[in-house]
Design a binder for this molecule. Sequence first.
Ligand SMILES: Nc1nc2c(ncn2[C@@H]2O[C@H](COP(=O)(O)OP(=O)(O)OP(=O)(O)O)[C@@H](O)[C@H]2O)c(=O)[nH]1
Ligand SMILES: [Mg+2]
Length: 237
Amino acid sequence: MADTLIILPTYDEIESLESVIGRIRQWVPIADVLVVDDASPDGTGELADRLAAADPGIAVMHRAGKSGLGRAYLAGFDYALTRGYRFVVEIDADGSHDPAELPAMLEIADAGAELVIGSRWVAGGSVRNWPWLRQAISRTGNWYARTVLRSRINDITAGYRVYSSDALRSLDLSSVSSQGYCFQVELAWNLESAGKTVAEHPITFVERAAGRSKMHAGIVIEALLRVTLWGLFRTKN
Ligand SMILES: Nc1nc2c(ncn2[C@@H]2O[C@H](COP(=O)(O)OP(=O)(O)OP(=O)(O)O)[C@@H](O)[C@H]2O)c(=O)[nH]1
Ligand SMILES: [Mg+2]
């Protein structure tokens, strides 16, 4: 068995999934892949099944319906931790995160970082094809979270990550309740607060070329409210 599991959460990503998985197999052929599909109406789950049938390194988890990115990842983490993988990767299935960065990110994790974030907002990082409003929301949100939570992480909402399984095991995952970007903030902040090593590796984030965004105002509002409450009522160790 490989020591790395790459988790791809999908909801209506039929146009992107095959090429993303192809690039993952190209850049990290040794890693296993788990697609976590929430019964996508466009047939992404069936496509994932066909890809899995042709490649023993690919597995598919079918969930009953759309219940958000956070829930999908928690199910994927559970799968990874029960099977003894050493590293667990989060990556979007829409082509925004380039699998070519994975060897470098896994190397940083192998050298001891317990969380490696593929970061847009550090020197060398960038976003491509994002309208100014998305950029402004991401930059302001990150600045706000960093300030309120007294975090040193520059891209705490980023969804391209490598976790060490030991770090995930050290968290009480059953108490993680947030979704969307907030899910990413909660995990990173909990690890940073517990004194775990968090590294940021610069990436170029490319806006999806196909399919529809699942981002909506509720995701931003949830993050804003939760981050504010955490900042007010929970202090760092
Ligand atoms: N399983 C599952 N996956 C989801 C869900 N919501 C989003 N995803 C996946 O999570 C990843 C990120 O979602 P996106 O819609 O790309 O969100 P985003 O990157 O913030 O927004 P855009 O890039 O503008 O589309 C993609 O691979 C989605 O298919 C969900 O409820 N369940
Ligand atoms: Mg996306």
